[in-house]
Each structure stands twice: as C-alpha cells, then as structure tokens.
Design a binder for this molecule. Sequence first.
Ligand SMILES: Nc1ncnc2c1ncn2[C@@H]1O[C@H](COP(=O)(O)OP(=O)(O)OP(=O)(O)O)[C@@H](O)[C@H]1O
Ligand SMILES: [Mg+2]
Length: 497
Amino acid sequence: MIQLSGAGKRYAHKLLFENVDWMITAQDRIGLVGANGTGKSTLLKVLAGLETLDYGSLSSTRGISAGYLPQDGLSLSGRSVFAECMAVFAGLRALEQEMEELTRRMAELDHTSSEYSQVADRFHRIEHEFQTRDGYAIDAKVGAVLTGLGFQKEDWARNTEEFSGGWQMRIALAKLLLQQPNLLLLDEPTNHLDLEARNWLEDYLENYPYAFVLISHDRYFLDVTVDKIVEIWNKRIHFYSGNYDKYTAQKTQRREQLEAAYRNQRERIEQLEMFINRFRYQATKAKQVQSRIKELEKMERIEIPPEERTIHFSFSQPKASGRIVAEFTGLAKSYGSKEVFQDVNFIVERGDRIALVGVNGAGKSTLIKLLAGRETPTSGELRVGHNVQPDYFAQDQYKELNPDARILDDLGELSPRSTQTELRSLLGCFLFSEDDVFKKIGVLSGGERNRYALLRMLLHPANFLMLDEPTNHLDLRAKDVLLTALSEYTGTVVFVS
Ligand SMILES: Nc1ncnc2c1ncn2[C@@H]1O[C@H](COP(=O)(O)OP(=O)(O)OP(=O)(O)O)[C@@H](O)[C@H]1O
Ligand SMILES: [Mg+2]
C-alpha cells in the first residue's frame, strides 16, 4: 500500500534514521515507538507526505488517502465544532442539496411531462448514491464521535476557537476519524485525552476497517490497539509482531544479540589490529597485512546506543511557605451557562502532594488554573498563605518559550551564575546530549520540549508547584527523571495526570 525503501533522514549532521525498509499493508495496525527525539514524528510526517527524505524513496499505490494527526500545534477557527466535523462530508452534503433542489423542481413540474421523468431519474440516482454512502447517518456519526471524544452536547455549537489546545486536537481527531482515510496516521493521539475518551478511542480503533499507524508512549493503549510494533532504535527501525508485551520481551533478546555481536566484532578488530601491528614491516606478510587492513576498513562498526543512563542531580530547594498554602471556600466556576463545579472547599497544606484525577470535563485543568490564579472563580474565594511562591506549568507550557533561542543560552539566561559546564551537565541529567544543547527550542520534539520546560521550572523551583499533565509526551526515562526530581522536592505540589 505504502512503502519506504532505503529511507533515511538527517537534520544537519545529526542522523535520525537510515536504511528504513518498511511496507505498510491494507490491514496493518501498527504502533510506532521509540524514545523521545528518535524521529517518530518525523517518520510519520514522511508517510503523510509532509516531510521529505534525504535518502531512499517513498511510494504508494494509487488511491491511498492518508489522514494525519500531528502531535500538537493545531488551531481551528471560524466554525462551530459540529460544523467543522460536518465539513468532512462536504461531498455528501452537496448531494443532499441537489436532492432538495430536485425535489422542489419535481413538485413544480407536470408529472406526465418528459422533463419530470428526467428530473425524477436524476433524483433517484443521486438518492441511491447518497444512501449507499450512508448519507442519512452523517449527523448521527458526527454526534457519536464527538460524544466519544468527550464533547458535551452544549459544546457542539460553540466555535472551535473557544477551545484550548488540547480540545482543538480532539476536534481534529474527530474529523479524521469521520473521514475514515484508508491509512490513518496518529501522532500521540492519547496525550490530550482523558481515560474515558481514551477507552472510547480504543474501541473505535479496534473496529477501524483500514490500516493505521499510531505513535504512543502509553503501553496500555498500545497493548489493546495494535498487533505490530515498529521501533526506531539505534537509528534503524525494528519490527516486532504482537502487542507491547511481546515487544518488550523480544527487545531484550535483540539487545543481547546486538551486545554479543558487538563483543565479537571488538575481538575481531583487536585480532586484526594486533596482526597488523606485529607484521606491518615484514615483507613476507605484506599481503596478509594488506588484506587485514582492508577488512578493517570495510567493517561496518556496530554501535550500541548509550545505555539508559540516569544521572543523579539535586536541585536547590525552595524556602518553606507557611503551613496553609492555599484555601478555597465556596468555590464555583462556570463558563457562560455551563457550570463546571460549585461549592468546592479545600485546603492545601505545606508539603502536600495532591493528584487531581477525574473524567472528561470534570474541570481538572480549570481547578488548577483557578488555584494558579490564571482563571477567576465565578464565586467563592481563594486565599493564598504566607510566603507562598506559586508556579504553574501549563499543558502547553512550551509555548511560552522563545523558539529561536538555543537551549544552552536560554538556560544560561535563567541561571547566569552557572558555568557552561554546569549548565551542560544539568542538561545532561535531563537527557540532553552534547549536540542537543545547541538546538533551538523551536525544533525540539514534543518530549524534548516538555522535558526542557520542566527543567526550567525545577531549576530554581518555587515552593508551590501546580503542574497540568507534566508527563505528557515524555518517554519512560524522562518520566523517571521527573519523578525523581519531584520526589526530592520539599515544596508543595498539585498536579493533574
Ligand atoms: N528542523 C530541525 N533542525 C534540527 N533538528 C531537528 C529539527 N526538527 C527536528 N529535529 C530533531 O530531530 C529529532 C527527532 O524529532 P521528532 O519530533 O521526530 O522526534 P519524536 O521521536 O517524535 O520525539 P517525541 O517522542 O519527543 O515526540 C529531535 O531530536 C529534534 O530535536
Ligand atoms: Mg513526536
């Protein structure tokens, strides 16, 4: 259906992947995995035809319609949510309009005239097409997908620009699902979904009639949705059949094989080098030495990607606040006529670590924004305690960063007394390698960007942190780094997860 041959991609001198041969067939259900920054989003964009390859080729059979959902950064405007979704069915709606027009003409015409029978003929043909393309069901389909993705009925008429980034992504996802492309390409579709919507999407994908490739760091989601895993690792892609569990088992095995191959190669190299050094100046061995030099040159060196290193780092800790950090009394919040919650009373005390959980639209983000003073309550009162320094990490925190700044410089500005070495080792703890530190913020991958935004926040942390989905986009290692940092943190934390 769609095929990559010898595909490779690099950014400046950094190679993302090479020698990628991958054929996607009509019924494939594929999970694309790999650590942050390995090139998953880039590869998906290549498949969607939005990014070019540096090596190799992409070919697809005629009639492939790929539908692509980016990892973030979409913004829709100008129409209601419902209208935006209905736009997917523009073709069908044109038919519907023509049917109405024809009906009107039929009513005007004399039933025995030949013109009438022509019009009636056309009407029946169009109605037949409308019916076979399920035209009468589009309203219901739109409704079902919107409900599944967590849009309440009263939201359907609201304009798309009123929705936050995460909800915009849901609208885009809804449109894509309604389109039913024969190759669905989803880049971390669950990042903006709560548990309920995620479960719905699992079921939806289970019944999806065509192929899909999805990127996710959520192993539970992958376990139930895909039956093949494609991994970018060590600048190549690796195929695994079966779900995520099988993949982890096979992966361990592969890694062991690679290590064994690496050891063998090292031994061989040593042997060769020893031979060469020993007999280099002996004329009688010249030929053998030459052939060994050739062998060394031709050898494709096996590389082992850096082990999962976790470097320990202690952040400075904030000054303690008073015992009461924040207190809400009689809090209520509504948006227009929509009531999110009412009569909420609670106290956050020093040292508390509070997780906000809840279903769709329960108002977790709203609550944390109220707490952070980013929203004002409709009624009720928020009292912030003595010596409390609040800091808020938004779901799209990276938007507040300067995309043109290099991360090393940006961090340096934040921490002017640190030396370059200190800054680089700090970035290293947050998994940014030697070359990464010179990247501009604007080119970072989703995970890298969030990781950097968190590092900035934790560098000189305030004593009251409010984090809205801080682990979004992060791979396993990065989550570990964050968890360690937070477990050592002596201040107060409220987070949505
Ligand atoms: N224009 C660019 N210039 C330089 N480097 C870039 C550019 N665009 C992307 N990169 C780098 O390429 C790498 C791959 O990015 P990509 O977004 O494909 O990663 P990803 O696997 O999707 O990661 P994540 O899990 O964090 O979403 C990243 O290290 C990123 O910093
Ligand atoms: Mg990505």
